[in-house]
Design a protein around this ligand. Structure first.
Ligand code: CMP
Length: 140
């Protein structure tokens, strides 16, 4: 059993696709053990994407990520990290297979609807960025 972090980005939240995204994740075999709707400050977005600080798209990415509310989800299941990545599809929606979240809901490499942790260490760090232990499993 594994946990991963998923973010539904401002583009998908703005288009009222929260339920549709969660439906794909749940039907794909992942269980929600944490969820919150929030709006990132600039500092929070920059902290979350700190690994990309030197990339040319960093500033635009952070501007986009604080442009409206996002939904942070903690997903649980067997191989949850890899499973979530399969359900999302690749970063660029133009290259995403039919039925993946980014193909269904993404419109550009920046406005790609969802984020998902890319490995066990990242998942642990990213979950802790948004959730305390007492906010998971409906315990809060
Ligand atoms: P995400 O999985 O949230 O991780 C970093 C994000 O940077 C990525 O999805 C994209 O939305 C965004 N991004 C914007 N431009 C690029 C780019 N040229 N290459 C990769 N990621 C990009």
């Amino acid at each position: 059993m594994e946990r991963t972090l998923s973010l539904i980005k401002p583009d998908a939240v703005g288009r009222q696709q929260i339920g549709a995204v969660i439906n794909v994740l749940e039907q794909g075999g992942l269980r929600l053990v944490g969820a919150k709707l929030l709006r990132l400050s600039r500092a929070q977005a920059e902290g979350f994407y700190a690994v990309h600080r030197e990339r040319p798209f960093f500033g635009a990415l952070c501007t986009f990520m604080c442009s409206g509310p996002i939904v942070a989800l903690v997903l649980e299941g067997p191989n949850a990290i890899q499973r979530n990545r399969e359900l999302m599809g690749p970063t660029d929606p133009a290259k995403a297979p039919a039925g993946t979240l980014r193909q269904l809901f993404g419109t550009s490499i920046e406005r790609n609807a969802v984020h998902g942790s890319d490995g066990p260490d990242t998942a642990r760090t990213e979950i802790a960025y948004f959730f305390s232990a007492s906010e998971l499993n409906g315990l809060a």
